[in-house]
Each structure stands twice: as structure tokens, then as C-alpha cells.
Design a protein around this ligand. Structure first.
Ligand SMILES: [Zn+2]
Length: 248
């Protein structure tokens, strides 16, 4: 049966002479992987015609075919973020975020929270504060996918942590200095980082845009999140390292 939805192209790969392999994160069906046949037709002047833009939002008509690749048959562009690729740093940031999304999202699993997050990310990452918008995207994506780190109170005594704590990546949880004493593998984490992670995890998009991250907190936060992802979802986007080097 033929279906219609709207979605963002999160991955695009050339396939044979004129086709494209696409991953689309859609409003109604979550992640859809499929093929757009003849999407790279050559026009009368020898140019590629109608190449579908990466990171842009389309209304899309398709045949789901759940056991194999979906077949995309019609596209109508709703919003374009193609210009993002002109700026190398933004391009790397978006590719990193999309790689994580494509890894974590399950095919045909609708999630409006993730769709809205993706919309916010692509709109705001172009404006400014690329690093905060990226951190918010990663932390909220983990939360909406059910992998959120528990980082507001000590896992054992349930006390709030006001100064320093230790983060256990294997448990995805925080311990106060008293309860965590002698526990192997704890990563020290400052209260500033704890507060920032919670802020980015819980706050609305409009508040996140006004937030500032000190460089020291940013690198601590990225370190914790990288370790958490590595342990909990066994995945780190290929360009993550480059991103950290860039912003250091
Ligand atoms: Zn404790």
C-alpha cells in the first residue's frame, strides 16, 4: 500500500547510475530506509537534475515494503537546510548527529519527540551556538530513545549532588563522594557539568537557545556522554573525535 508522510533526509548515497539510497526520519513512520529510483536523472544539458537535498524536509510518497528497502516515488520539498554543507564545522556537526540518529532509531517506529528534536536541531544549528545545540540534541535523543543517563541524584542514597560526584558508565548513574568511595571506574564529574546535562535534558528548546556552556564544562560533558554512549549503546559517531578537536 502506498503511504504519505513528511520527513528529513538524514543520509544519502548514490546508487547505480541514476538512483539514490536514502534514510529519511519521518513524522509518521520514524526511520525509513529506501531507494529513490531515477532521482539523479541527467537533463538535456547534461546536468544532474532534481538531486534530493541532504538534511532537508520533504513531503514524501512511498511504498513501505518493511522486509526490504522502501520505494520512494514522490518528493515535495517543504524546508531546505542544504546550505549547511557550505560551512565545514556545521557539516561535521550535523553528520555526527545524523549518524547517531540513524544508528539509534528503529525502522518504522514513530516518535514525534525525536521528530521535533530533529526539526529544532536543523533550524538552530545554522544560527549560532552550534556546540550547545549539538549537546542538547545528543542528550535529548538518548533520553527520547530510552538511554538517558541518571544524573541528578546519587543512585544509592538519593541525595542531590551539589559539588562533585562520580559517574559510573556501566550503570549510567551518578554517585556522591560518600557512596562512590572505593567504587572502581568512576569518572569524576563537577556540579557544573551535572547541572548542564540536566538542563539540556529537561529544558524547553527556547530556554536551551539562551544557555551558555563554559569550555571546561563542555569538554567534561562531552567526555561523559561519549563514555556513556560507548558503554550503553556500543556506538560513537565516526566524526565525534574530530568535533572535539575542532572546538578545543
Ligand atoms: Zn550517595
Amino acid at each position: 500500500m502506498i503511504e504519505k508522510t513528511r520527513g528529513y533526509i538524514t543520509k544519502r548515497k548514490i546508487y547505480r547510475d541514476t538512483s539514490l539510497l536514502l534514510t529519511i526520519y519521518s513524522y509518521d513512520y520514524g526511520k525509513i530506509e529506501g531507494i529513490a529510483k531515477g532521482a539523479r536523472k541527467i537533463d538535456d544539458y547534461g546536468r544532474y537534475d532534481g538531486i534530493l537535498d541532504l538534511f532537508s524536509e520533504y513531503e514524501v510518497v512511498f511504498y513501505p515494503r518493511r522486509q526490504r528497502l522502501a520505494l520512494f516515488v514522490q518528493f515535495y520539498q517543504l524546508d531546505s537546510f542544504w546550505e549547511h554543507i557550505r560551512d565545514y564545522e556545521k557539516f561535521v556537526t550535523i553528520c555526527t548527529a545524523m549518524e547517531l540518529l540513524n544508528y539509534i532509531a528503529q525502522p518504522y517506529e514513530q516518535n514525534h519527540q525525536i521528530y521535533n528534536l530533529l526539526e529544532f536541531f536543523l533550524k538552530e544549528v545554522a544560527v549560532e551556538k552550534t556546540d550547545i545545540i549539538f549537546c542538547a540534541f545528543v542528550i535529548k535523543l538518548l533520553k527520547f530513545s530510552g538511554f538517558s543517563p541518571q544524573i541528578d541524584e546519587c543512585l544509592k542514597c538519593k541525595n542531590k549532588i551539589d559539588y562533585h560526584g562520580g559517574f559510573s558508565v556501566s550503570e549510567g548513574s551518578l554517585f556522591c563522594l560518600k557512596c562512590g568511595g572505593g567504587k572502581p571506574g568512576l569518572i569524576p564529574v563537577s556540579s557544573g557539568t551535572i547541572k548542564s546535562i540536566n538542563f539540556l535534558k529537561e529544558e524547553s528548546y527556547s530556554n536551551i537557545k539562551r544557555f551558555e556552556l563554559a569550555p571546561k564544562i563542555k569538554s567534561e560533558l562531552e567526555g561523559i556522554i561519549a563514555q556513556f554512549m560507548h558503554y550503553q549503546i556500543s556506538f560513537l559517531p565516526r566524526l565525534w573525535q574530530e568535533l572535539n578537536v575542532q572546538s578545543a
